[in-house]
Design a protein. Structure first.
Length: 458
C-alpha cells in the first residue's frame, strides 16, 4: 500500500512537475527528453502545429523553453528545405527551389555559360586583337584617318612598310587641314590634335614597330618647329619632313638592300622565300632584271596566304620568273634543292631576334639544320632597341572575319575558337645575316645599327 504523503503547495508553471527528479540526477538522454517536452509545450501555447518524433540531428540547436508539460512527446520541425541527396533526395523540393529562382539568377547563369563557351585558350588572351571599327566615330577624327582605320582592320593595307607609308600620308592631310587655336602654338598643340588620330588607328589594329618609330620622329620634328614661323610654312615644312622620311628610310633603303642582297645571288640559284615581303619581292625582281637565271620557291601558309600575291607578281609580265608554290608542310622535301633563303621582317630587336610573319622561325630553323644560309632583308627603321625572347609575350591575332575570308570557315560553330597568331620570333642563331641599307650585319651586331646611322637612339 502506498504511503500517504502531504500534498505539495501549488507551483508555478515553470516549476518542476510532481515526481520529476532534479536535472542533476538525470542522465543526458533524460535531460534531452525534458528539453524536447518543454519546446513542445511552448509551441503548443503559441498555437503552432506539432509533429511527433525525435529531433532531427541535422537541425540547429535551439534554446530550451521555460516550463514543460509532463508526458508530452511532440516537437516542431522547421519548414523543409530542399537538400541534394544521392540516390533519392527531395526531388520535389529541388524542383520548387529551381522554379522559384528570379530572372537575375538566370541571367547570371547564362553569362557564366557564355564565358565558359567562349573563354578559348586563356593563355593567348593578352594577344592584340582589335575590335570592329565603327563607321560612326565620335570626336575630332579626320575623315582620312577613319578611312585608313577601316582599311587596316580589313587587312586591305597589310605589311609594315605599306602601313607606315599610308599612316604618314594620312598625317600629311591631317596637318594641312589643321588650324592652330588662338593663344596656342603649332609646336605645342599639334601633337594634342594628332593623339586621337593615332588612338583611332591603334583601335583598328595594334601599332607596328615601324609606325611607332615614325611617330616618334614626327614628334621630334614638331617640337623643334620655330614658334615664330608662319603657320602654313610650318605645315609645309612638316609635310616635307614626312616625304623625306618615306624617301630616305623606306624607298632608298629598299634600293640599297636590293643591291646588297643582289650581290649574294648568282646564276642558277634556287631561292626560297616565305609568305610575302615587299623588299624581298624587289630583290627578286631586280636580280631577274639583271639577267640572272634564278628560280624561286614560295612557301605559304594560312590564313592570309600572302604568298599567292607574291607568286602573281613574280610570274606576271613578259618575262616571268620560274616559281614553285607550296604550303608549309612541303618545306622539308624542298630544302634539299635550295641555295639561299630570303625572308622579310616586321621588326628587328637589339638582341638579334627577328619578328616576322608566323612560320618564319620554322623555315629558318629547318634551313639552318641543312646548312642553307638565311638572309633577312630589313630596313633599319624597323629596328627596336628593346629585347624580345619569344613570340608569346607580344603578338597579334588575325581577326575572325579575316580568317573566315581566307579559309572559308563561316559555318563552324561559335564554340570553336579560331586562333591565328600573325607573327613569331626567329632566334638569332638561325639567321646568317641581316641585309640592311647600312650593309650586311651579323645577328650579334644588330645593336650597332643606331651607331651606324650616326645616332645614339632612334
Amino acid at each position: 500500500m502506498p504511503v500517504p504523503t502531504i500534498a505539495d503547495p501549488p507551483q508555478p508553471a515553470s516549476a518542476k512537475p510532481q515526481g520529476q527528479p532534479s536535472q542533476k540526477s538525470m542522465t543526458k538522454a533524460e535531460r534531452r527528453e525534458l528539453q524536447e517536452r518543454q519546446r513542445a509545450a511552448k509551441a503548443a501555447l503559441k498555437g503552432q502545429p506539432q509533429q511527433q518524433g525525435k529531433k532531427d540531428p541535422s537541425q540547429g540547436k535551439q534554446q530550451p523553453s521555460v516550463g514543460g508539460t509532463p508526458g508530452a512527446q511532440t516537437k516542431t520541425k522547421p519548414p523543409p528545405t530542399p537538400q541534394k541527396k544521392a540516390f533519392g533526395g527531395d526531388i520535389q523540393g529541388a524542383r520548387q527551389a529551381s522554379a522559384s529562382k528570379d530572372t537575375g539568377t538566370g541571367v547570371i547563369a547564362e553569362d557564366a555559360m557564355a564565358k565558359q563557351v567562349s573563354h578559348g585558350l586563356r593563355i593567348f588572351s593578352h594577344f592584340g586583337q582589335p575590335k570592329p571599327v565603327s563607321h560612326t566615330v565620335k570626336g575630332d577624327i579626320h575623315p582620312e584617318i577613319i578611312r585608313l582605320a577601316l582599311l587596316f582592320s580589313e587587312f586591305k593595307i597589310s605589311g609594315a612598310n605599306a602601313r607606315c607609308i599610308a599612316m604618314l600620308t594620312a598625317f600629311k592631310q591631317v596637318i594641312q587641314d589643321y588650324t592652330t587655336p588662338s593663344h596656342n602654338t603649332l609646336s605645342r598643340h599639334l601633337m594634342t590634335h594628332l593623339s586621337p588620330q593615332i588612338t583611332h588607328l591603334v583601335s583598328a589594329r595594334p601599332m607596328s614597330v615601324t609606325m611607332g618609330n615614325a611617330i616618334r620622329e614626327l614628334k621630334v620634328e614638331i617640337s623643334n618647329m620655330d614658334i615664330d614661323m608662319v603657320e602654313q610654312d610650318a605645315k609645309d615644312a612638316l609635310c616635307l619632313k614626312i616625304d623625306n622620311y618615306i624617301r630616305d628610310r623606306i624607298i632608298i633603303a629598299d634600293e640599297v638592300i636590293e643591291e646588297n642582297a643582289g650581290n649574294k645571288i648568282k646564276d642558277g640559284d634556287v631561292i626560297l622565300t616565305y609568305a610575302k615581303s615587299s623588299v624581298v619581292e624587289k630583290v627578286l625582281l631586280a636580280a631577274h632584271s639583271e639577267r640572272k637565271k634564278i628560280s624561286v620557291i614560295i612557301i605559304d601558309s594560312k590564313p592570309l596566304l600572302e604568298g599567292k600575291v607574291l607568286l602573281k607578281s613574280l610570274t606576271s609580265g613578259p618575262s616571268p620568273i620560274p616559281c614553285t608554290y607550296a604550303l608549309l608542310p612541303a618545306l622539308p622535301s624542298l630544302l634539299n634543292q635550295v641555295s639561299m633563303v630570303l625572308v622579310g621582317a616586321h621588326a628587328l630587336f637589339s638582341n638579334g631576334a627577328v619578328y616576322s610573319r608566323a612560320g618564319t622561325a620554322m623555315v629558318s630553323m629547318m634551313a639552318k639544320a641543312r646548312n642553307v644560309p638565311v638572309l633577312v632583308c630589313c630596313e633599319t627603321y624597323k629596328f627596336s632597341d628593346g629585347v624580345m625572347v619569344d613570340g608569346f609575350s607580344k603578338n597579334e591575332l588575325a581577326p575572325t572575319t579575316v580568317i573566315q575570308k581566307y579559309t572559308h570557315l563561316e559555318n563552324l560553330p561559335s564554340s570553336i575558337e579560331k586562333l591565328n597568331p600573325l607573327y613569331d620570333l626567329t632566334p638569332p642563331t638561325y639567321i646568317t645575316a641581316v641585309v640592311t641599307e647600312v650593309g650586311l650585319i651579323p645577328p650579334s651586331s644588330i645593336s650597332s645599327i643606331p651607331l651606324a646611322l650616326g645616332k645614339t637612339s632612334l
